[in-house]
Design a protein around this ligand. Structure first.
Ligand code: ADP
Length: 382
């Protein structure tokens, strides 16, 4: 019995109600016992005063009083006993119902957490009370937090599953091409010339890039990288990117313009990491802009931030994709970027690196074929 009480919150609540009830009854009975004789005497004295004026009847009256008091006391005890029994039964029933109601959501959360532990991540609990209004108590808050936690776990699990699927898919495409080429060479269907070897080399290159990207992604997602924050000029950071990419811009026939506001403040930045963000954004702008297009890097100060934006006159991004492109492996148009070797990881890495600097990153585009602008911020060095 004691074990059951110790292990069940419902029993504990019920028992606490019972203790309160018992104390109440004891106090009630004792108070009635103590106050009844005085009340009775007072009542009887008033009655005698009204009904009996003859003093010769005093002795009889005292015996009568005693009889009357005994009867009154018995009647009072009987009424009190019956009332207490009825009240006790009602109180027990009500306490059972109330304690069950208090415990029910907690039990539901317990079962739900067990189901989540068994891999049923879609499990949720009912939130008692009004969610919209102020009428949500601590239990309701707990249920709400529980559901939020379950939703987060479900999302993480979905991402993990999706990641494994995506990695397998990304690895399969180049591997299938390499395998096909090798089989063609072995069967004599393909000639062992430079073209065939170049094709195989391109695919191994793609595999290499994917593995490098994945390694980098896992490092930035885990926050397992060191930041070497130093005071930097935005112009220097931009110039390094320009020097790295200018040949590719010229080869493709895309113009690269730089328009930085004069007097930009210094920023705290890890040159390599911000270089990586810039390289990724400007590289993407080049990749998604056809020959004859223009890519412009701009920078301006807004309050305590420096905003660096990369605009292009390229393929643009449809509204439905714009919020998703920072999600790993997401490609606005898979058929478009796949042959170019894009794995949809670059922007995810850029987002993590920007946020590690205390900045933000977002994309804007008026629509397909109308170009796009990627902007990231760096806090002004205070
Ligand atoms: P990827 O290696 O595929 O370019 P990213 O993470 O860098 O991976 O980009 C994710 C997706 O965002 C791209 O596949 C592309 O659909 C879209 N995207 C990125 N930059 C641009 C851009 N400048 N113009 C149009 N679409 C872009």
């Amino acid at each position: 019995m004691m074990k059951a009480i110790r292990r069940h919150l419902g029993w504990k609540i019920f028992l606490s109600y019972l203790i309160v009830l018992l104390v109440g009854f004891i106090v009630l009975a004792t108070a009635a016992e103590f106050t009844a004789p005085t009340a009775f005497d007072r009542h009887l004295a008033a009655m005698s005063h009204m009904m009996m004026d003859d003093t010769s009847m005093m002795g009889e009256a005292t015996d009568l009083e005693l009889d009357l008091f005994t009867n009154f006391s018995n009647a009072l005890n009987e009424a009190l006993g019956l009332a207490l029994a009825a009240a006790f039964t009602a109180a027990v029933v009500v306490s059972l119902i109330v304690s069950r109601q208090v415990v029910a959501p907690i039990r539901q959360m317990m079962f739900a957490s067990q189901r989540i532990a068994d891999g049923h991540y879609d499990e949720r609990v009912d939130v008692p009370g009004e969610i919209s209004g102020d009428g949500i108590d601590e239990l309701g808050q707990l249920a709400l937090s529980f559901n939020q936690m379950a939703a987060k776990l479900e999302y993480t699990e979905d991402m993990r599953r999706q990641l494994i699927g995506d990695v397998a898919h990304e690895l399969r495409t180049p591997l299938t091409t390499i395998k096909g080429s090798m089989e063609g060479l072995m069967d004599g269907v393909l000639t062992a010339d430079v073209h065939t070897f170049q094709q195989i080399h391109r695919q191994t290159d793609r595999l290499q890039r994917l593995i490098d990207d994945l390694q980098e992604l896992s490092r930035v997602e885990a926050g397992a990288f060191e930041m070497n924050l130093l005071l930097r000029e935005v112009q220097d950071l931009v110039e390094i990117t320009k020097t790295t990419l200018i040949r590719q811009f010229e080869e493709k026939g895309v113009a690269l313009n730089i328009e930085l506001d004069p007097g930009l403040p210094l920023v705290y930045a890890d040159e390599d990491r911000i270089g990586q963000v810039l390289l990724n954004l400007v590289g993407n702008a080049l990749q998604y802009t056809p020959a004859g297009g223009v890519v412009t890097i701009r920078a301006r100060q807004e309050r305590e931030e420096v905003l660096i934006s990369i605009s292009d006159t390229g393929v643009g991004i449809a509204d439905e994709h714009i919020d998703q492109i920072f999600t790993r492996f997401y490609r606005a148009d898979s058929s478009r970027s796949r042959p170019a070797g894009g794995s949809g990881i670059g922007l995810t890495i850029a987002k993590h690196l920007t946020e590690a600097h205390g900045g933000r990153i977002w994309a804007e585009s008026p629509g397909p074929d109308q170009g796009s602008t990627f902007t990231f911020t760096l806090p002004v060095a205070g």
